[in-house]
Design a protein. Structure first.
Length: 261
């Protein structure tokens, strides 16, 4: 039986960044915080917190979740993820639940958008980071993506498994880590979805870094940032990408722009 809430709490409390000033007693064998320390800091009993981690308690109150979020130093994305783990509400707009006609209409709308912003690279991704629409410049950013069948054009897979991505994106680790964190955040409402499970299984088997990041329960929604892209001739250019989330459609559009001078 899935225990997503407990797994998340366990992963976050063992984060080495939580090693607080309570180290005065010397070195200790555990990383992060012990269960007892989390419970005490959050103002709940050790028994109750243990039941949360073990999946024997699955409906903590908002107050308990907020206390845990503060104790574990969760940012806004991770805090929202924690709350949604308690009571997921699968979205009716998930790609797997769409009627084919509705999916085609969405793709057509997104294709108009990405075409309108040319020559700036742009692409639209679903909750699994699979491309549903892209202009040629957008596909070209991820070398080899255009050569794949549309159903296999997945930017998370490309970043983690295609060695060319490490050459293209100077800050590759930051981008790849963010892609993994977004994959978890975007699928919080159904972490047992077969399509997600299949993708995660594939990436875990082929990428040790994905395994590390996914097991660490990293959570972060994609947002705009400045990064550096290396072209085929070796030229490195600063580029700014902006991410437009369309929650009602369950997709997001990434638009790449020249970095401000």
């Amino acid at each position: 039986m899935s225990n997503a809430l407990g797994d998340f709490l366990r992963a976050r409390r063992t984060d080495t960044r939580l090693e607080l000033s309570e180290r005065a007693g010397g070195r200790r064998r555990t990383t992060g915080l012990r269960r007892e320390e989390v419970a005490t800091a959050a103002g709940i009993s050790v028994d109750y917190y243990t039941r949360l981690e073990q999946g024997r308690e699955t409906h903590p109150s908002d107050a308990v979740l907020e206390a845990l979020a503060r104790t574990l130093r969760l940012d806004a994305d991770a805090r929202e993820y924690l709350h949604r783990l308690r009571g997921p509400h699968p979205s009716p707009t998930r790609a797997g639940m769409r009627a084919s006609a509705e999916a085609r209409a969405l793709t057509a709308r997104m294709e108009v958008l990405v075409e309108a912003v040319r020559p700036n690279p742009a692409y639209v991704l679903d909750r699994l980071s699979t491309v549903i629409a892209a202009n040629p410049e957008g596909l070209a950013l991820h070398e080899g993506l255009a050569d794949l069948p549309p159903a296999q054009r997945n930017t998370c897979r490309s970043l983690l498994l295609d060695p060319r991505a490490r050459q293209t994106f100077v800050e590759w680790e930051e981008l790849a880590r963010g892609a993994v964190a977004h994959l978890r955040a975007a699928n919080v409402d159904d972490l047992e979805d077969p399509e997600l499970v299949a993708l995660v299984g594939e990436l875990r088997a082929q990428s040790p870094q994905f395994e590390t990041w996914w097991s660490g329960h990293l959570v972060q929604r994609r947002r705009g940032a400045i990064t550096h892209v290396r072209s085929a001739d070796g030229t490195v250019l600063a580029r700014r990408y902006e991410v437009l989330h369309l929650p009602e459609d369950g997709v997001r559009m990434t638009l790449w722009l020249p970095a401000a001078p």
